[in-house]
Design a protein around this ligand. Structure first.
Ligand SMILES: NC(=O)c1ccc[n+]([C@@H]2O[C@H](COP(=O)([O-])OP(=O)(O)OC[C@H]3O[C@@H](n4cnc5c(N)ncnc54)[C@H](OP(=O)(O)O)[C@@H]3O)[C@@H](O)[C@H]2O)c1
Length: 315
């Protein structure tokens, strides 16, 4: 990794998605937001539709998707808000989604995710968080590669998390077959995988004009915390050293970094990086809960993960 000065923008942790997209016209652009019917995904989709884009909510719950699409259409007046079925933990569902996609894709937001779930395995025996957060999105993005290349200047955003600091990808035992399952380590591993995906995809797809970045949206109260007890959340906030009233962003602030990375002319041609609070992250300092881990940007680990992902999906 070469040491470079992190990219900064005029935006901050308090900026909202509407503020970062102000003045940007996305008419004629086609967008997919996975998990677009909950939490940060709703605000991301609403903002991009508000800027004129055609937005497809890729969701596993079609009813929730239809309700969200109606709300967004009513709020923005943009009728081009579509809903499509996508279950990222089911490779047949991902394959059906990519096969049905027609035409160019300008922006792919790999937003859906599951956090700290009890030990669960897919039908293939894959650990659920890695399977959903990484492998599902890996299959989706690679399946849509041609559509992204056809757009000319497409951008892919991978939602990672500061929780990536909890674990590198443990290549020796990704699926917790030989070690005790620990929900936060599994989540952290999957979120590191999201960053490594951005590093490798950005390099592989540069010649197609596609840029790929990872983001940490901040801490936002959403359905993501469904598997975490309130007392555990309170303890984590207390340990973070951040005042409780400042610990959480609003969903509008949470969507800002994704929307910035997906649309801002300030980031034209920028890829393979990790952003938080609307700016490229500094390297993590030991003990801090900010910044990006060196292992998440490691090009060798990124290449290894890419190979492992291809092999896993082919197995
Ligand atoms: N909120 C935070 O504090 C925070 C912090 C750091 C990173 N993030 C990241 O931000 C992203 C969005 O999180 P959020 O806070 O908005 O959470 P959320 O409200 O729980 O939304 C997550 C979305 O992912 C969907 N999803 C889960 N498993 C899926 C699957 N197998 N196939 C398709 N969709 C699936 C969920 O669908 P259902 O509604 O059907 O369950 C939901 O729509 C996640 O990647 C998360 O890791 C969030």
């Amino acid at each position: 990794m070469t040491a470079t000065t992190p990219i900064t923008t005029p935006f901050t942790a308090q900026s909202t998605a509407a503020e970062v997209v102000d003045g940007i016209d996305l008419t004629g652009r086609r967008v997919i937001v996975t998990g677009g019917a909950s939490g940060i995904g709703i605000e991301t989709a609403r903002t991009l539709a508000g800027a004129g884009a055609e937005v497809t909510l890729a969701v596993r719950n079609l009813e929730a998707g239809e309700r969200t699409a109606e709300d967004i259409i009513a709020a923005t007046g943009n009728k081009q808000v579509l809903v499509a079925l996508l279950d990222l933990s089911d490779q047949a569902s991902v394959a059906a989604f990519t096969a049905a996609w027609d035409g160019p894709l300008h922006i792919l937001i790999n937003n859906a995710g599951v956090m700290a779930s009890p030990e669960t395995r897919t039908s293939e025996g894959w650990e659920l968080q890695f399977a959903t957060n990484h492998l599902g999105h890996f299959a989706l993005a690679t399946g849509l590669h041609r559509a992204l290349a056809a757009a000319g200047g497409a951008r892919v955003v991978a939602l990672s998390s500061s929780a990536h600091l909890r674990s590198p990808v443990v290549f020796e035992d990704i699926h917790f077959r030989n070690r005790a399952y620990e929900p936060w380590l599994a989540y952290g591993q999957s979120k590191t995988a999201n960053v490594l995906f951005a590093v490798k995809a950005n390099r592989l797809w540069a010649s197609d004009g596609i840029t790929v970045n990872a983001v940490h949206p901040g801490g936002i109260r959403t359905n993501l915390q469904r598997h975490v007890a309130q007392e555990d959340l309170d303890r984590m906030i207390a340990q973070s050293g951040i005042a409780a009233n400042l610990a959480w962003k609003t969903p509008e602030q949470g969507a800002a970094t994704s929307v910035l990375v997906a649309t801002s002319p300030l980031l034209e041609g920028v890829g393979g990086r990790y952003f938080e609070d609307c700016n490229e992250a500094e390297p993590n300092q030991a003990g801090a809960r900010r910044g990006v881990a060196a292992y998440a940007l490691d090009p060798e680990a990124a290449t290894r993960l890419w190979q492992v992902s291809v092999e896993t999906l082919a197995s």
